[in-house]
Design a protein. Structure first.
Length: 307
């Protein structure tokens, strides 16, 4: 039997691999040897070939039906191993085999990385860009992050644009309930503007974050932007359908936060775009005008009184 182990516990095809004899490996495969066997340490033949960067042997193994998602002794998938080794040729042949045989390669390694997040975080750009065409671009890692989150983290404008153009889910939230848009706000105006002004985006602007804020409120409250940057971003948000009269869990509207930030220009901008100046916060029975009076903002009080 060609699939019987020898006295050392190894299969004939494993022994042939150690000698890197492709002719013998081909002969054994053609005569019924299984390409899915493992050595005495629990590593599959495919894993061993990837570890040794034996591309020709891998091509040989993939001539026959084989499980390309079998984990090795270190609980690692063949594709993830190839990515970690920056072995572009091996990644390509595995991805092609997976597509041809309808094999789901949207896997995660022992650290919870996806093939896309791993290749991107290792800065293996050729592998990353190649795999975008083969895998689920929206797959999340064990932290709930898709690859766009890491591109935003690196302030990688080229990749952010690339991912948005490839229809990545910009509304995706991670395990901490942080969306890519929320994270972009924390990184500053240049990154945020890429998301806001990309023609391919489909951002939903009225979904609250873990603090109960929509992006419009977060922008008004944040210290990350100048007044001019805020006005530009707010204009963009309102043009894209952000709710100027959204009420958060505290009963506050964007206009109330603009008053609390003592920004007459943003108050004017919000009112120009339909902010309700007659709103009453039922939790504390305060009117918009009362908020302005309490903040001691004479200019805002005068402006509101004249409306």
């Amino acid at each position: 039997d060609i699939n019987v182990k020898d006295i050392y516990g190894e299969y004939p095809i494993i022994t042939a691999f150690y000698t890197y004899n492709i002719d013998i490996i081909n002969y054994l495969l053609d005569h019924g040897a299984s390409g899915d066997v493992k050595n005495t340490n629990g590593s599959s033949l495919l894993s061993l070939a990837i570890h040794k960067n034996q591309y020709s042997i891998i091509k040989c193994l993939l001539r026959k039906p084989i499980n390309i998602n079998v984990k090795d002794a270190s609980d690692n998938y063949p594709l993830m191993k190839a990515i970690s080794q920056n072995a572009m040729d091996i990644v390509m042949v595995l991805a092609n085999y997976g597509r041809k045989h309808n094999i789901d390669m949207n896997i995660k390694n022992m650290n919870g990385d996806t093939p896309l997040t791993l290749s991107y975080r290792l800065n293996y750009q050729n592998i990353f860009r190649y795999l975008v065409s083969y895998l689920d671009i929206n797959q999340k890692d064990s932290d709930g992050n898709n690859v766009l989150y890491y591109a935003i983290d690196q302030e990688d404008t080229e990749t952010i644009n690339y991912l948005i153009n490839h229809k990545i889910d910009v509304n995706s939230k991670n395990n901490l309930d942080i969306s890519c848009l929320d994270y972009a706000i924390s990184k500053g105006s240049s990154i945020l503007n890429i998301l806001l002004k990309n023609k391919h985006d489909n951002i939903i602007y009225n979904i609250p974050n873990s603090q109960g804020e929509i992006p419009l409120i977060t922008i008004i409250k944040t210290k990350n932007f100048t007044s001019e940057e805020k006005e530009d971003i707010i204009n963009c948000l309102l043009e894209k359908g952000s709710n100027v009269n959204y009420i958060d869990k505290h009963g506050n509207s964007p206009l109330i936060y603009a008053i609390q930030k003592k920004s007459l220009s943003i108050v004017k901008l919000l009112i120009k775009n339909g902010a309700n100046i007659n709103y009453l916060n039922k939790s504390n029975h305060k009117t918009i005008l009362k908020y302005a009076v309490d903040m001691g903002q004479v200019d805002i009080v005068k402006y509101l009184a004249g409306k």
